[in-house]
Design a protein around this ligand. Structure first.
Ligand code: ADP
Length: 394
């Protein structure tokens, strides 16, 4: 059985995984950091073997070469006999990319055109595509878009109440992100509970964080918008704020566009409120009596409670609430704080189930029927791998 090489190229990093699309098992995976700056670093894992070293990675082409070398050093030659497809995670698909797409020159140009909507993300994704297509010209390359799952979000949920001539001219609407994860997790929940007609709320809580409302497998609301800045409180991003704040700051604090971008994307969220980027550190500081950490935790929880309540209204009730990604899967105190305030929706939390750790999808509520509260480990690489083989086959 052939594997899929999944590539997630960021502006200064390249994450990769060689995944079996049937089982989700990774034969190899790695992370190359500080691409394009000095002090490049590679961490490669294959089975129990970990290869970690400093390397020189002036650009994404060098990063792809380093990835190839690391994988091939482990005894797997990358080529048509071993790799069915290369799957590229692309953040923004704009209006035109509504499903995974086989990449050719035209698709590359279109991703470039869409970059205006995601200037922090798409250029890196494109650099990853170009370098990988050059390195592996005989393999099919497939772009899997973070926005695709939300492409047919109902118009009332996708539309900003701004002058329609402006929104139409500049393709301004709510696109939603983390779609691969929301799609994967909501499908896992439907399978786990044995029903496909569920009213689901999925909370993807990693460094970036987003919520979605999914009705019978289709998304009807999501918290991220034109960009991944809207919605929940995140590691370093503010999520929802009064849109008047940037205007006010530009008038009274002399902040320009880049200054505001830096403030809201990199100096806000739990980091801006508490000085902690990592959720574990935030919880320890809160438990140690740090007032800023306590407030940051409470703001994070409050926003989640508000969104779950709003999505319950959108869905007409909740059958399943699911926690996923780094914070969602691992932070029992966070789940406890959120569920403590959601009893009015019939949602419960079993303290013992909540503390159990496992890499499997599991229920953490105290009941057997519905509504259910679940923890589902997300696996975006596996989802991308499955999309990539399906698309390459057709
Ligand atoms: P990304 O969005 O970068 O993919 P992840 O989904 O890996 O992020 O989530 C990263 C976040 O998960 C970090 O804030 C980290 O603190 C948090 N996290 C990881 N493990 C735990 C844990 N055991 N308890 C609480 N938070 C955790």
């Amino acid at each position: 059985m052939s594997n899929v090489l999944v590539i997630n190229a960021g502006s200064s990093s390249l994450k990769y995984q060689l995944v079996d699309p049937e089982s989700g098992d990774a034969a190899a995976k790695g992370l190359i950091e500080r691409v394009g700056t000095s002090g490049g670093h590679l961490k490669h894992e294959s089975g129990k073997q970990v290869d970690e070293r400093d390397i020189d990675v002036p650009d994404h082409t060098a990063a792809v070469a380093a990835m190839r070398e690391a994988i091939e050093r482990g005894g797997i030659t990358l080529g048509p006999d071993t790799v069915a497809a290369v799957g590229h995670r692309i953040v923004h698909g704009g209006r035109n990319f509504t499903e995974p797409t086989l990449i050719d020159e035209r698709v590359e140009s279109e991703i470039e055109r869409v970059s205006v909507l995601a200037p922090l993300h798409n250029p890196a994704g494109l650099a990853g595509i170009r370098s990988a297509r050059e390195a592996f010209p005989d393999l099919p390359h497939v772009a899997v878009f973070d926005t695709a799952f939300f492409a047919d979000l109902p118009a009332p949920a996708a539309t900003y109440a701004i002058d329609r001539t402006v929104t139409r001219e500049h393709a301004i609407r709510r696109y939603g992100f983390h779609g691969t994860s929301h799609e994967y997790v909501s499908a896992q929940v439907a399978r786990f509970l044995g029903r496909d007609d569920l009213r689901q709320v999925v909370l993807h809580l990693g460094n970036g964080a987003s919520a979605s409302a999914v009705l019978a497998g289709r998304p009807v609301e999501t918290s991220m918008g034109l960009t991944p800045l809207e919605g929940l409180v995140m590691g370093t991003r503010s999520g929802d704020i009064d849109p008047g704040i940037p205007l006010h700051l530009s008038r009274v604090a002399g902040l320009d566009v880049d200054g505001i971008d830096d403030l809201l994307n990199r100096r806000s969220g739990i980091y801006g409120l508490s000085g902690h980027r990592d959720f574990r550190d935030l919880v320890s500081a809160k438990d140690g009596g740090d007032d800023d950490a306590r407030l940051a935790f409470e703001v994070y929880v409050h926003r989640l409670v508000k969104y779950v309540g709003a999505y319950a209204a959108v869905l007409g009730g909740i059958d399943a609430l699911t926690f996923a990604a780094g914070v969602g899967e691992n932070s029992a105190p966070l789940r406890a704080a959120v569920l403590e305030r959601l009893g009015f929706l019939g949602l419960t939390l079993d303290p013992h189930r909540n503390e159990e750790r496992s890499g499997q999808a599991r229920r953490v509520d105290s009941g057997e029927g519905l509504p259910a509260v679940l923890v589902v480990p997300t696996n975006e690489e596996w989802a991308i791998a499955r999309h990539a083989v399906e698309t390459a086959r057709t």
